[in-house]
Unconditional design. Structure first.
Length: 144
């Protein structure tokens, strides 16, 4: 019962945040932050489709927050939903925004691996580990 109430409140916040996105630039920045937080909450609740939507809205309306967090969330949610084309698009945009960020490189490799591009994924995981030798996502990817 409590979880259902929490989900209803979260979805109501998603609807309210969607309305705010059409406001002026200062409000759009706040709306992007709200969408990012909402995406994280929905992801934790296992509501991946709604989380993907929230992350995509955050990435599209980002003015002051870092769009990388929204794109990374979108990649993770898309992978959970088996939306591999969407995961690759978001991962590519993330990688373009942060080509030397080990987490971005590893997420891109995850998207490549999910699409069946195993050699390219392995190269991505190796690059991620060169950038950060203790990155769990890189080690897990190579182990796959």
């Amino acid at each position: 019962m409590r979880k259902a109430f929490h989900v209803m409140v979260t979805l109501a916040a998603l609807g309210a945040a969607s309305l705010v996105i059409h406001a002026d630039a200062g409000q759009r920045s706040r709306a992007a932050e709200i969408q990012l937080q909402l995406g994280r909450q929905l992801f934790e609740e296992g509501l991946y489709r709604d989380a993907l939507t929230a992350f995509q809205q955050a990435a599209a309306s980002v003015l002051t927050i870092d769009s990388r967090a929204a794109r990374a969330g979108a990649v993770r949610a898309a992978l959970r939903l088996a939306e591999y084309d969407e995961a690759r698009r978001e991962a590519q945009a993330l990688l373009e925004a942060a080509p030397e960020d080990p987490e971005a490189v590893a997420l891109n490799a995850d998207a490549l691996w999910a699409a069946g591009l195993f050699q390219e994924a392995e190269e991505g995981y190796q690059k991620a580990l060169r950038l950060s030798s203790s990155l769990p996502r890189g080690h897990h990817g190579l182990a796959k």
